[in-house]
Ligand binder design. Structure first.
Ligand SMILES: [Zn+2]
Ligand SMILES: [Zn+2]
Length: 327
């Protein structure tokens, strides 16, 4: 997770913080939003906004061949194998054949590995989110190492640096602790030949400096890329993969669109970071993997290619970088 203002780790406990209704099938509250309450009185503006926040976006037109490169299935309402199957059925119905579900903390990591065993369309990334870097000790190191050896685990992460929460939450690990934990995750990715999934919030320079100092693993994925064109250029020159979320569609994201334009075909991914960062025009509504085609089509437009071509590039890259089997 990156941009949401939910407290750090708020999507950690499997499902515990899922917004009510976030697991509802799109269109299941299908009655086109009526602004009259059950009693017949008009809803207030606040009630309309609240109702909208709980209403999932409609399913997009299918766009085959896509992969959601970064999501949090537990926080999307996944609790049981049936929940996970429902989320992935909805995604598959619009062409999102596979997803990578990403851990924030240890409980979430254990759950992600389980979910990846429940459903052949789900793969896991395991590690400690930088805000939870305090949790890294001998026991958690050894448990994460065991999990990374699981054949359903395709990445180490999300790890990196988060300077947004350090000043806003007492629970957030200090920058020095985050840096040490980041270095450990980098080393683990290198030792095991596993792609590294990076979370970066307001830490561009330090993050690139730590990667350079430690030596980057073969595959570095900058999840929910949030930098400008200069940072994007620096990353792609180093061969880092840039994963774009719904933030690229937001009205004021001009610099992100510049970044998306200059990213070479072989280094671009698309993700939801669900349940957050729902693409325009559904910003603020619950996000799930089935919303990937909205962002993929937006990227196609920005890059001046056809939707189908963009989907093949995005899906092909995810399968290559994470070494996923064909669906
Ligand atoms: Zn995330
Ligand atoms: Zn993140």
């Amino acid at each position: 997770m990156t941009e949401s203002n939910a407290a750090p780790g708020s999507n950690a406990a499997p499902g515990s913080n899922a917004a009510p209704g976030s697991n509802a099938a799109p269109g299941s509250n299908a009655a086109p939003e009526s602004h009259a309450a059950e009693s017949g009185r008009e809803l207030t503006a606040k009630e309309i906004r609240r109702r909208k926040r709980r209403t999932p976006p409609p399913a997009p037109e299918p766009l085959p061949g896509l992969v959601d490169a970064h999501t949090h299935l537990a926080a999307c309402g996944g609790r049981t194998a049936d929940d996970v199957r429902a989320i992935l059925d909805r995604a598959e119905a619009v062409g999102v054949d596979q997803v990578v579900t990403v851990a924030d903390d240890m409980e979430d990591a254990r759950w992600a590995v389980r979910a990846a065993h429940w459903d052949s369309r789900a793969f896991a990334a395991v590690g400690l989110h930088p805000t939870h870097a305090d949790d890294l000790d001998d026991a958690t190191r050894s448990e994460i190492e065991t999990m990374v050896a699981d054949d359903r685990v395709v990445a180490v992460g999300e790890t990196g640096l988060d300077y947004y929460w350090t000043t806003r939450s007492d629970d957030c690990a200090d920058p020095a602790v985050q840096r040490d934990a980041f270095a450990w995750h980098i080393d683990l990715a290198k030792r095991t030949g596993t792609p590294l999934m990076i979370h970066n919030r307001e830490a561009d320079r330090d993050l690139l400096d730590v990667l350079a100092a430690e030596g980057a693993p073969e595959t570095v994925i900058m999840h929910c890329f949030s930098g400008d064109a200069a940072i994007a250029r620096e990353c792609v020159d180093l061969g880092y993969v840039l994963s774009f979320s719904g933030t690229v569609t937001f009205a004021n994201s001009h610099e992100l669109r510049d970044a998306a334009r200059l990213t070479p075909d072989e280094l671009i991914l698309v993700e939801t970071d669900a349940p957050f960062l729902t693409p325009h025009p559904y910003r603020g509504q619950p996000n799930q993997s089935y919303a990937v085609p909205y962002t993929a089509r937006f990227l196609a437009e920005v890059r001046g290619v056809s939707d189908d071509e963009m989907a093949q590039v995005l899906g092909g890259n995810a399968r290559r970088h994470y070494r996923l089997p064909l669906p």
